[in-house]
Design a protein around this ligand. Structure first.
Ligand code: B12
Length: 494
C-alpha cells in the first residue's frame, strides 16, 4: 500500500467562497501514484486539527504538508500545527507557499515546522518525500530550509520546471470538487486555475520576486485548453478565474488561449500588466472579448510616474498608459480592475493625495473601472528601494511566528492597515474615507446582490461629497455600506 501524505490548506476565505487549493494540487500532482495525497481544507471542515490527527492515525501518515499565505491563513496554520505537534510529535510538518518562502527561518525555529520548501514546490517536495520515506541526505533536497544541530540550514533552490513537464492536477483526490464551484459576477459555477508561474518583473512591493526571481513559466495554450475542458466538461464550470501573477505576458499565447476557449462558452477573468496589454492589437482585444473575458485585474499602482519608477514597476509603465487602457477597455467592453498602492514612502500623505486625484481622472474616463486600494506594505525583497526607505524609517519584520500571529501583524498582512512606522493615521484614514465615497459614488459591478435602487441610493447620498472632493468623516456612507454589507473585492475576491 502506498504511504499517505496529508496536505492541509488553512482557512483563508469565508465559507462558501473557497477556491480550489491550487498550491496543494500542484505539489500533490508529483507524488500521486507512488504516495496517496489526502487533502484537508480549513475552508471546508470546521476542526482541521481533529481531522488531521484522525487521518494521520488511521493511515499511518508520517508527513503533513501545509500551504501558507500571510494573514488569516497563517493564523490557522500556526494554531492547527501547534495542536497537531502536541498530539503527534512524530508527524513531520512541512510548510511551503508565500509566507514560508519569505520567512523560512522564522518558521523552522518556531518548534512546530520541521521543514520549509522555498519557491516552486513540485520537484523539491517530491525529493523531500522520497528522502523521508526511502532515506537519503537532506543536503540533496533542493530549496529546503531546516534546523540542524541548532543552526538554520538552507540548500540551493531547485531549477525551475516548465509547467507542461509537470503532471496535471489530481482534482479527483479532493473530497468533493464541486465544493470549489462558486457564484460570482462571472457565473454560477466559477472555478479557478493558474496558467503560468511567476513574473519577469521585479516590482519593489511584490511578493512574487523572491519566489521566482524574475522568471515566468507559462503553460502552453494546448495545456490551458485541456485543463479548462476538465473544469467545464467534468466539473460543470461555467466560468474560470485565472489567478496567474500575469496571464498576458505573451500576446500570441493569450490570443491562442482565447481562441481555444471560444467553444467552451465560459466567462473568464485574469491578471495582467497595463503596459503589456496596452500594446495588444485590436484583433487580439476582439478575440479576448469573444472568448468570454469579462474583466482584467491590473496593477495601476500609482498616479505618479515618479512613484512608478520608485516602485521599479518596469517595462513601459506610465500613468498615461493607465488612462489609455481605461479608455481602450471601455470601447472593447471588458471591465478593468485597477489596484493602487497608496501611502508610499518617503512622503506617504502627498503620495496618497496624488493617487486619489489620479483615480478621479480614471473614473471620469471609464466609470466602470473597479478599484482596489492597498496601503504600501513591505515584503522581503533584496533590491527594494521602498523596503530600504521603510527600514530607515524604523520598519522591521517580526522575528517569531507568534509575533506574526498578533492582531497587529494580521492587519499588516491584509495590506489595509499595515501599521508601518512611517504611515501616520491621517494617511490611512484619508485613503479609507476616499474609498467609502468613491465606492458609493461608483458601486462595484461585481456585487450581484446590489439592486438598482441600492445603487441609486448610494450614488445620490455620495454625490455632493464626491463632486466637492469632501471625503472627511463619511459616516453616513460607512453606515449604509455596513448595512448592505458592501463587498470589498481586495479581501473577498468577487
Ligand atoms: C488564490 C490566491 C488566494 C485565494 C486563496 C486560495 C486558497 N489557498 O484557498 C484567496 C483569494 C482567498 C486569497 C486571499 C488572500 N491572499 Co492570496 N493569492 C492567491 C494567488 C492569486 C494564487 C495562489 C496560488 O494558488 N497559486 C498557484 C500555485 C500553484 O502556486 P503557489 O501558491 O505559489 O504554490 C507553489 C509554491 O508556492 C509552492 N507551495 C505552495 N504551497 C506549498 C505547500 C507545501 C507543503 C510545499 C512543499 C510547497 C508549496 O509549491 C507550489 C507549486 O509550485 C496568489 C498570487 C499568485 N498568483 O500566486 C495570491 C497571494 C498568495 N495572496 C496574497 C495575499 C496577501 C492574500 C491576502 C492575505 C490578502 C489580500 N488582501 O489579498 C488574502 C487573505 C485573505 C484571508 N482571509 O486569509 C499575496 C501574498 C503576499 C505575500 N506578502 O506573501 C499573493 C502573492 C498576492 C500578491 N501578489 O500579493 N489568495
Amino acid at each position: 500500500m502506498a504511504p499517505t501524505i496529508l496536505l492541509f490548506n488553512p482557512k483563508c476565505v469565508t465559507r462558501g467562497k473557497q477556491r480550489l487549493p491550487m498550491s496543494l494540487l500542484a505539489i500533490a500532482s508529483v507524488i500521486d501514484g507512488d504516495y496517496i495525497p489526502v487533502f484537508i481544507d480549513g475552508n471546508v471542515v470546521d476542526n482541521p486539527a481533529e481531522h488531521i490527527i484522525e487521518k494521520a492515525k488511521a493511515t499511518g501518515a508520517i508527513m503533513l504538508g501545509v500551504s501558507t499565505m500571510p494573514g488569516p491563513q497563517l493564523m490557522q496554520a500556526i494554531e492547527v500545527c501547534r495542536q497537531v505537534k502536541t498530539v503527534l510529535p512524530g508527524l513531520i510538518i512541512v510548510w511551503g507557499g508565500y509566507f514560508p518562502s519569505h520567512h523560512g527561518d522564522v518558521c523552522v525555529t518556531s518548534g512546530i515546522v520541521d521543514y520549509v520548501i522555498e519557491g516552486q514546490g513540485e520537484v523539491a517536495f517530491r525529493r523531500l518525500v522520497d528522502t523521508i520515506h526511502q532515506g537519503g541526505s537532506l543536503r540533496d533536497v533542493p530549496s529546503l530550509i531546516w534546523v540542524d544541530d541548532g543552526t538554520v540550514k538552507s540548500n540551493l533552490r531547485a531549477p525551475l520546471v516548465p509547467l507542461d513537464n509537470l503532471p496535471l492536477w489530481p482534482y479527483e483526490r479532493l473530497d468533493n470538487v464541486l465544493t470549489y464551484r462558486g457564484k460570482s459576477y462571472l457565473g454560477n459555477a466559477v472555478m479557478s486555475h493558474h496558467t503560468s508561474f511567476g513574473c519577469p518583473f521585479a516590482c519593489n512591493f511584490c511578493a512574487v520576486v523572491r519566489i521566482v526571481n524574475q522568471r515566468w513559466l507559462p503553460e502552453s495554450p494546448e495545456r490551458v485548453e485541456t485543463v479548462a475542458r476538465i473544469l467545464v466538461d467534468k466539473y460543470g464550470a461555467d466560468a474560470i478565474e485565472f489567478h496567474d501573477m500575469d496571464f498576458f505576458i505573451q500576446e500570441d499565447r493569450a490570443a491562442e488561449i482565447a481562441e481555444r476557449l471560444v467553444p467552451l462558452n465560459i466567462n473568464w477573468w485574469a491578471l495582467g500588466r497595463i503596459d503589456k496589454l496596452s500594446t495588444y492589437s485590436d484583433h487580439t482585444w476582439q478575440k479576448l472579448k469573444k472568448s468570454g473575458c469579462k474583466m482584467i485585474f491590473m496593477g495601476a499602482e500609482s498616479g505618479s510616474d515618479e512613484t512608478l519608477k520608485l516602485m521599479n514597476k518596469g517595462g513601459k509603465s506610465s500613468t498615461n498608459r493607465t488612462l489609455e487602457i481605461a479608455r481602450k477597455m471601455k470601447a472593447v467592453g471588458i471591465v478593468p480592475e485597477f489596484s493602487f498602492v497608496l501611502g508610499n514612502p518617503p512622503d506617504p500623505l502627498a503620495d496618497a493625495e496624488n493617487t486619489i486625484h489620479f483615480i478621479r481622472k480614471v473614473k471620469d474616463i471609464n466609470p466602470q473601472v473597479e478599484l482596489i486600494l492597498y496601503i504600501y506594505t513591505p515584503v522581503p525583497h533584496d533590491r527594494s528601494e521602498l523596503l530600504k526607505a521603510a527600514q530607515e524609517l524604523g520598519f522591521r519584520f517580526p522575528q517569531t511566528l507568534d509575533e506574526w500571529a498578533s492582531d497587529e501583524w494580521q492587519t499588516f498582512a491584509l495590506r489595509r492597515d499595515p501599521n508601518t512606522p512611517f504611515l501616520k493615521d491621517n494617511v490611512r484614514q484619508k485613503v479609507r474615507n476616499f474609498e467609502s465615497v468613491v465606492n458609493a459614488y461608483y458601486p462595484t459591478v461585481t456585487d450581484m446582490r446590489l439592486s438598482g435602487k441600492m445603487r441609486t441610493l448610494l450614488r445620490t447620498l455620495s454625490g455632493v461629497r464626491y463632486k466637492l472632493e469632501w471625503y472627511d468623516w463619511p459616516l453616513e456612507l460607512k453606515a449604509l455600506q455596513r448595512v448592505i454589507r458592501y463587498r470589498r473585492p481586495e479581501t473577498m475576491g468577487f
